[in-house]
Design a protein around this ligand. Structure first.
Ligand code: DLL
Length: 434
């Protein structure tokens, strides 16, 4: 394996002691900052009898309360803002229009640090200022586009802010401008690869690497994409609450993602007991942000199930590595890169007068997620009129699309067609083998 370059070598290759010391200092400062400026957080700490004076180093991290999406919902929209609005320059948000939506805030400094995290990922994928970086993650509220865009600027690469959609145009630009690094979800990368072949332009593309994340993808999918596009495919991880992509990134060794520990302290906990687990054990990933000004979440529960490893990496980075997320400790589904909660679907169905008998069926065919919602009609709704049925399905589709940000296939089924369960209702059938 050839060790490629580093963007911030002093941090990416810091000794354990140097990193620990930095984390200690930054944590103490951030706890004080969050406590003093976020009344909701102060209240939460007081409830368990913790004050900033109790946190003197990372060894004291476990004393702090956990934060979760529910806290963000309770304090929505401005309750976690730790800096005055006059200092904030941007928001990003997750999809979804229910209370599960998350709005994250950034000062210019926060954006600069986030961009640097993404720049590290691009350089780890062999990116330099000679490269042409084609970003087709969504722009707008989603963090994918803005994050990789910012990282690419920092590296000094020529950035193509393509956003998603219009596949033919994407490929035309890729060919015409000689894109060398592709940034998008792995499923879109697989779709692009198919189209590159069907358009007969495989020998005209100059791609050498791809930076793919925002959803789970298998090693098999990686090898297929690599083969079909003639590139090396690198994983990248992140979440809106913790800034977006670039919380961790893969290097040329491709055996897990290095966490930018100088900004985010990771922990693995038992999702049931909240107990911190040692490295190497599988559990829920928790992050404490230690450089954030506007949105300094501490001990935020990601719900992603992972393993952390401190094994030496052949790329020379000393940053701790996380495995690919192996699942979730809540019921969130990620479909075509979009976060979907079954409760959002249920809300739409209830509002439209349907009973709570429905099933969400997700599969992955040719590396593209398929998403179907089967909904039972009430006997009163039931009609033999095909036209009426089609209209009902169309109305539900419109409502679901506006709630979720993606379109499922909606199938209305006759009353009592969906199997009843004796225990918990089986709402989700996820057939994807990831
Ligand atoms: O997906 C941020 C992102 C954008 C990451 C572009 C990478 C590339 P959210 O929409 O808030 O943010 O979704 C966060 O997506 O908790 C994971 O469950 C999942 N996820 C993100 N990256 C990966 C990955 C963005 N590489 C949620 N592999 C996270 C598996 C991932 N799951």
């Amino acid at each position: 394996m050839v060790a490629l370059g580093y963007y911030q070598e002093d941090m990416e290759r810091a000794s354990y002691e140097t990193m620990r010391k930095l984390q200690d200092e930054r944590l103490v400062k951030t706890v004080r900052h969050a406590y003093d400026n976020i009344p909701y957080y102060q209240e939460k700490c007081k409830r368990i009898g913790v004050t900033p004076d109790d946190v003197r180093s990372t060894d004291d991290l476990h004393k702090l309360p956990f934060l979760s999406k529910d806290d963000l919902r309770d304090a929505y929209p401005y309750g976690f803002l730790a800096r005055p609005l006059s200092e904030c320059v941007r928001i990003q948000s997750t999809s979804g229009t229910t209370g599960k939506r998350v709005v994250a805030f950034y000062t210019q400094h926060d954006i600069d640090l986030w961009d640097e995290c993404c720049a590290r990922a691009i350089v780890a994928a062999d990116g330099t200022n000679e490269d042409v970086v084609h970003v087709c993650y969504g722009y707008g509220l989603f963090t994918g586009g803005p994050g990789l865009n910012g990282g690419s600027h920092k590296v000094g690469s020529l950035t193509l802010p393509m956003s998603s959609g219009n596949t033919e145009r994407q490929i035309q630009f890729m060919v015409d401008l000689g894109a060398t690094i592709l940034c998008c979800t792995p499923s879109y990368a697989a779709f692009l690869a198919e189209n590159v072949h069907s358009m007969g332009v495989r020998d005209k593309i100059k791609l050498k690497a791809g930076i793919f994340g925002a959803e789970a993808w298998s090693e098999e999918m990686r090898r297929d994409i690599e083969r079909n596009l003639g590139i090396r495919a690198y994983d990248i991880y992140g979440l809106t609450e913790i800034s977006g992509p670039g919380v961790s990134f893969e290097c040329a060794e491709q055996t897990g993602m290095h966490i930018n520990e100088d900004h985010f302290i990771p922990e693995i906990i038992d999702p049931d007991t909240g107990k911190t687990l040692p490295y190497g054990e599988k559990g829920e990933l928790v992050f404490s942000c230690i450089t954030k000004e506007a949105f300094p979440l501490l001990r935020y529960r990601t719900r992603d199930i992972c393993v952390l490893s401190r094994e030496a990496c052949s790329c020379g980075r000393t940053l701790v590595k996380m495995s690919k997320p192996m699942g979730r400790s809540d019921d969130m589904l990620i479909i075509r890169g979009v976060n979907v909660f079954p409760s959002q679907i249920e809300t739409v169905l209830m509002n439209a007068g349907y009973p709570a008998n429905y099933q969400i069926i997700v599969d992955r065919i040719n590396y593209t997620d398929t998403f179907e919602v089967q909904v039972e009609m009430t006997p009163e709704m039931f009609s033999d009129e095909v036209k009426e049925l089609a209209e009902r399905e169309e109305d539900l589709l419109t409502a679901l699309r506006s709630m979720l940000g993606i379109s499922p296939k909606v199938t209305l089924v006759n009353p009592r067609m969906i199997a009843r369960s004796e225990g918990k209702a089986v709402r989700v059938i996820d057939k994807r083998k990831i």
